[in-house]
Design a protein around this ligand. Structure first.
Ligand SMILES: Cc1ncc(COP(=O)(O)O)c(C=O)c1O
Length: 455
């Protein structure tokens, strides 16, 4: 796409004389990423990715990989030995989870209630599963009864696929009760946690989830490119008991584990690990745990409450079912007669803000505002609300000046007041810059010692 603003425009590729000077150095525009993902990456993660590359069997790199595994187990809340990050985006994690557990002819129950749950269904079909589908209108969740009725109707269910946080609709599907039901009927449960990991409670061991995959680019705060994934011992037993090998050589966990796991005989090469991407994930995970996983969840909740208050004050209506709304993705209906695309284009062009559009059947009908990871901070929330208010007014949509930011600030002030009363530290984004030394970088070690941080 030609982009006159930043000079990254395309040049005729098929002209007879190619001049490399016609390709300019890339210039990355500053963006406030408040869409459905990616969110902004932590500067520490980006810095770490700029280090020199290490070989995939270099002892220093293996130490880093080990620590990524240790930190991922804490973030997933699991003790699963097979926990790591596959070199692929979230969709790759989805492929890896499903292709290891599905054998041709297996009965799979797919819970479809949005774009990504439908993707899991499509993959299961391509892998030769006999798929039973139950569907729900987008923006709503399944009840345990609906899932149990479907399981009862199946002969020998092997797997249930479910999305925990459906990014396409902004809905949170409780997965603990679905896992219980799956196990009751002898099936495993595969959970898409691309948007939920580190953004809201996800308790892999306590909820007995069997295969859970995620992405780096949402609530973790690293760039896209890796997919954290974990397999329960029960899932690994099922993989080892397969009658036919996993169709994907690359994602075959029984092979991958010889590289990831230190199984005593040392590690064997399986693929060239993207070391720099793993450096970035390492730093993003470290910051997640320095902030505290529960604090990270609480930060998403607080900013979601603030932005939702602002959006409601603009007269916008939430899309997702009450009581099941995600903190990470705040979906609101586009008011009748308003141009969805114009709002998003103006936000990007005039304010450098990206928000998400509706996908599939809700294309043009919703705006999805992401509040995730490093992007989830007070200044971003107030900026998005003010910008949307300005554009809405310009579109002749009736809004009171300052309504959105006033409503959001009221939420923040209430939090500030409670935190003061309870003498608790405010919920803040972890950064290396502290107020008294603005502009001065504080070593990460100070962060570990509990230096207060601003967002
Ligand atoms: C719930 C969910 N699942 C899967 C994916 C696919 O991940 P990726 O785009 O990183 O391949 C996404 C991406 O937004 C998602 O939100």
């Amino acid at each position: 796409m030609s982009h006159p603003q930043n000079g990254n425009g395309h040049h005729p590729e098929h002209s007879s004389v190619f001049d490399i000077a016609s390709i300019p150095e890339i210039k990355i525009p500053p963006r406030v990423l408040m869409g459905a993902g990616p969110s902004a990456s932590y500067p520490e993660a980006l810095r770490a990715m700029g280090a020199n590359t290490l070989g995939h069997l270099d002892p220093e790199f293996l130490g880093i990989m080990n620590n990524v595994g240790i930190m991922l187990r804490r973030v997933f809340k699991t003790s699963n030995p097979i926990t790591g990050a596959v070199p692929a985006t979230g969709t790759g994690g989805m492929e890896a989870a499903l292709c290891n557990l599905i054998e041709p002819g297996d009965e799979v129950l797919c819970l479809v209630f949005g774009y990504f749950s439908n993707r899991m269904k499509q993959m299961s079909e391509r892998m030769g599963a006999r798929v039973t589908v139950i569907e729900r209108p987008w923006g709503t969740v399944f009840t345990p009864d609906e899932v149990e009725t479907a399981l009862k109707g199946m002969k020998e269910p092997k797997l249930v696929s479910v999305v925990h946080a459906e990014t396409s609709t902004g809905i949170l599907q409780p997965v603990d009760e679905i896992a219980k039901l799956a196990h009751k009927y002898g099936a495993l449960v595969v959970v898409d946690a691309v948007t939920s990991l580190a953004g809201c409670p996800l308790l892999v061991d306590e909820w007995e989830l069997d295969a859970v995959f995620s992405g780096t680019q949402k609530c973790i705060g690293a760039p896209p490119g890796l997919s954290p994934i974990t397999f329960s011992p029960r899932a690994m037993d099922a993989i080892r008991a397969r009658k036919v090998p996993v169709q994907s050589w690359y994602f075959d966990m029984s092979l991958v584990e010889t590289y990831w796991g230190d199984t005593g005989g040392g590690r064997a090469y399986h693929y060239t690990a993207p070391s720099n991407a793993l450096f970035g994930l390492h730093e993003a995970l470290r910051l997640t745990l320095l902030e505290g996983l529960e604090n990270r969840w609480a930060r998403h909740e607080m900013h979601s409450k603030a932005i939702m208050a602002g959006l409601l004050a603009l007269g916008l209506e939430p899309f997702a079912q009450e009581g099941h709304r995600l903190w990470q993705i705040n979906a609101v209906k586009v008011p009748d007669g308003l141009d969805d695309q114009l709002m998003r284009t103006r936000l990007l062009r005039e304010y450098n803000i990206e928000i998400g559009a509706g996908l599939g059947p809700i294309k043009g009908q919703v705006w999805r505002i992401g509040v995730m990871g490093y992007s989830a901070n007070r200044s971003n929330i107030l900026l998005v609300l003010q910008a949307m208010e300005d554009i809405l007014r310009d579109m002749n949509y009736p809004v009171r000046s300052g309504a959105a930011t006033d409503a959001a600030q009221a939420v923040y002030h209430e939090y500030d007041r409670k935190q003061k009363l309870e003498a608790r530290a405010p919920i803040r984004l972890q950064t290396e810059v502290d107020d008294p030394n603005v502009g001065e970088s504080i070593p990460s070690e100070s962060v570990a010692r509990g230096v207060a941080h601003r967002d």
